[in-house]
Design a protein around this ligand. Structure first.
Ligand SMILES: [Zn+2]
Length: 395
């Protein structure tokens, strides 16, 4: 277990002589622990030593900790894991800085969903992942954005196969797989042929694929046919033509078959990809997403996305239970990340990544990507973020 050293504490603490035997750096007291992956639902205190959870007990004497947080009235959940974000800073200016948003939203793990290509991976590691307090991973985009307009587009995309696969192989600690967009929008740039190139890459290098779906063509059936176990379909509750629900409100059989094969379905709210009516139809048909994510970037940060608790509140509004929502923002996406034992859970010996959440009651206006508004009577609010054993400061 990693502990802060005696010498490390000495400068900060005047009474170090008495404090050197304190077993906990931080104790979170009186909170209601919720970890649906283990059926954990209990009032208890959490003792943190270094960056790990060291104890979960009915009562921990605050005198045994350097610092305490009173979480009375709050849910203490595993740190939230956002499987679809944009926190890389590229020339588009879309990326957000993770830490300030993490501090106010409970999101301790961020997955950048393809804001960078293989040739920007060193920059992603050095300037995004390493300086951040939050944990950051990424799906690399299939090709860089430097195409010569005279070059055949398919040839250009295929040219990305080899360097992208090799880059992911060399950076498996932070790269989860390959991201690709498919759909007829974005000037028709994302055809089925290109998705086939992404499929070939992922087969050849044995990598998971994350596919963004939007507008047909191609059809949902054509896209789902290329998705395999461990792949992620993001924007699963979009209201567009390349979607999992048909016009009559039925879940398309090819989406169900993909799920049965082990394909993962993720929300990825974003500026255009979360629609209350589409989500409701899917949920009514029993098609519950595997993970809830924001697809947060600069154009949706001030609405309609705002943050992860707001996205979670929308699913709560649609009838998911608090437990269901927490599972899909903690242990479930942590399984896709799959880089750290105990991530997305509250366990002794596991990482001390926690969210302090409140479920507020009142009247709250929530809007989807098409600006449809609803009035919810409950919402999630973040009251604190602990990552690597330390409380993040809200600035
Ligand atoms: Zn995105």
């Amino acid at each position: 277990m990693q502990r802060r050293t005696f010498l490390g504490l000495a400068g900060a603490l005047p009474a170090w002589g008495q404090r050197r035997w304190l077993p906990y750096d931080l104790v979170i007291r009186n909170g209601e622990l919720r970890d649906p992956s283990q059926g954990l639902r209990r009032q208890a205190d959490i003792g943190i030593a270094g960056d790990k959870i060291a104890a979960i007990e009915d009562h921990i004497d605050p005198a045994r900790a350097i610092e305490t947080i009173d979480a009375k009235g709050l849910l203490v959940t595993p740190g939230l894991v956002d499987l679809h974000t944009h926190c890389f800073h590229s020339a588009t200016g879309l990326g957000v800085e993770a830490d300030p948003i993490a501090a106010r939203s409970g999101v301790t793990t961020w997955v950048d969903a393809g804001s960078f290509a293989w040739d920007q991976t060193a920059g992603f590691r050095r300037f995004i992942v390493q300086p951040a307090q939050a944990r950051i991973y990424g799906y690399v985009y299939l090709y860089p954005n430097d195409r010569n307009p005279d070059e055949d587009v398919i040839k250009y995309v295929r040219r990305g196969i080899e360097p992208t696969g090799k880059t992911v192989e060399k950076n498996r600690d932070i790269l989860l797989g390959v991201k690709f967009q498919v759909g007829s929008n974005m000037n028709g740039r994302y055809s089925l042929e290109m998705l086939k190139a992404a499929r070939e890459l992922c087969d050849r290098f044995q990598l998971p694929l994350m596919a963004h779906i939007s507008f047909a063509p191609p059809s949902t059936a054509e896209v789902m046919a290329l998705m395999k176990k461990g792949d992620v379909v993001t924007h699963c509750y979009n209201g567009h033509s390349l979607s999992i629900v048909d016009e009559a409100g039925k879940v398309k059989p090819e989406a169900r078959e993909a799920r049965e094969r082990g394909v993962w379905f993720d929300v990825g709210h974003g500026l255009g990809s979360f629609n209350f009516a589409a989500a409701k139809k899917a949920l009514d048909a029993g098609f519950v997403c595997d993970s809830i994510s924001t697809d947060i970037y600069n154009l949706n940060l001030n609405g309609p996305v705002y943050d992860m608790p707001t996205t979670m509140s929308k699913l709560l509004y649609l009838g998911m239970s608090v437990e269901d929502v927490i599972l899909r923002t903690t242990a479930n996406p942590a399984k896709v990340v799959n880089r750290m034992e105990g991530m997305g859970q509250i366990k002794v010996g596991g990482p001390a990544d926690l969210a302090l959440l409140e479920v507020e009651e009142g009247q709250f206006r929530l809007i989807d990507s098409q600006r449809n508004a609803v009035s919810a009577t409950k919402r999630f609010v973040s009251r604190g973020t602990i990552v690597r054993g330390r409380r993040m400061r809200v600035v």
